[in-house]
Design a protein around this ligand. Structure first.
Ligand code: AMP
Ligand code: MG
Length: 341
């Protein structure tokens, strides 16, 4: 009894502190950082409230978190209920599938980018490369080098012309012809970072989102200092080899051969595919970084430019002057990073 009289108040005190901490509202002006796992990637968000920020940072963070998981549900190529999986499951059967606003917008954008990044008649960015990506085991987790006949067979299903968008934008109906299957993995994170930055702007909060190789920022840190983005050294896929300063609101997206790969008989096979060969792109590049105003385009372009190689990439960028690219070659040679310095 004596013991209980001593322990009980301590227990009550601990519980009270716990409840108080739980209920304590987030203060308005402190930096808030949170990590999420979605779209097969660790995502990092840091928010820097300003004097104009209209909501508590933890409330804004919750809105951002909801948006991340919403897009993952809609756009995932592995979650059976996603718009993309429903489309893939109905491929070739003639049925029109209604999709979410996000999926409609991103599919439309992906088709437009596929067409504008065509080089010498072939697509360097093509969301219907999914059967090839899967053949090499990049979604199944069991990587292997497929044979030429298998590749040929799967390539017959590839071609962004097989994505049909219904004529009524209010219905948002899509269908896939000829057994085509779609994977928006090369542009979905950029689309998401645009959406997250929109939410940040709406609440007048500064910050930076880092979704794997996709980084995008709004404003500056609390002391007015620009955010900076480290560019990974493809040699080890971890250490940073360059830094890009965010002197304006922009996205910095890197596509690299170190992000997903396997090795067989001393050769590296990575996840960025070339439609001409049905095999990993072999442009001599180890990574391409694209900097520009829209995350979705930086993301799609980084993938496309990786496939086209530096020469064609620079040609492409002549007509896309808001976007800049920097290249790191397999031997470590770097080009283009001076643009941002
Ligand atoms: P990223 O990391 O943005 O370059 O996107 C690479 C991912 O997009 C791969 O893991 C595949 O799922 C898919 N993919 C691979 N090659 C291509 C390509 N040439 N065009 C579009 N998507 C691709
Ligand atoms: Mg990409």
């Amino acid at each position: 009894m004596q013991k209980l009289r001593l322990v009980l108040p301590i227990l009550l005190l601990v519980a009270a502190i716990g409840i108080a901490v739980f209920l304590l509202p987030g203060k308005k002006n402190e930096m808030v950082k949170e990590e999420f796992f979605a779209m097969d990637t660790v995502m990092d968000i840091s928010l820097y409230p300003t004097k104009d920020t209209d909501e508590k940072p933890d409330v804004i963070m919750a809105e951002l978190r909801d948006r991340i998981y919403e897009m993952e549900r809609e756009l995932s190529v592995t979650k059976p209920d996603s718009d993309i999986c429903k489309l893939n499951a109905a491929s070739g059967n003639g049925e029109w599938i209604p999709v979410s606003e996000d999926a409609w917008e991103l599919i439309s954008e992906a088709v437009a980018v596929s067409s504008e990044t065509k080089v010498d008649g072939y697509a360097t960015f093509d969301p219907t490369l999914y059967p090839i990506v899967r053949l090499w085991g990049f979604t199944t987790g069991t990587n292997r080098v497929p044979g030429g006949d298998e590749i040929k067979k799967e390539l017959e299903k590839v071609g962004f012309g097989n994505i049909e968008l219904g004529s009524d934008p209010n219905k948002r109906e899509v269908r896939l012809a000829k057994g085509a299957e779609m994977d928006l993995g090369a542009c979905a994170k950029g689309f998401l970072s645009d959406a997250l930055c929109e939410i940040m702007k709406k609440h007048k909060v500064n910050g930076i989102v880092s979704l794997g190789g996709n980084v995008q920022s709004v404003g500056t840190k609390e002391d007015g200092e620009s955010f900076s983005v480290g560019i990974v050294d493809p040699k080890d896929g971890q250490t940073l080899t360059e830094v890009i300063r965010q002197d304006r609101d922009q996205a910095v997206v890197t596509s690299g051969n170190y992000e997903r790969y396997f090795e067989k008989d001393g050769k590296r096979y990575h996840h960025i595919m070339d439609e001409r060969t049905g095999a990993p792109a072999d442009s001599g590049l180890a990574s391409v970084t694209v900097v520009g105003p829209r995350g979705v385009l930086c993301d799609a372009y980084a993938t496309a430019l990786f496939v086209m190689g530096e020469e064609k990439a620079n040609e492409f960028l002549k007509s896309h002057t808001d976007y800049h690219a920097a290249f790191i070659y397999e031997d470590g040679y770097k080009k283009g990073f001076e643009i941002q310095k």
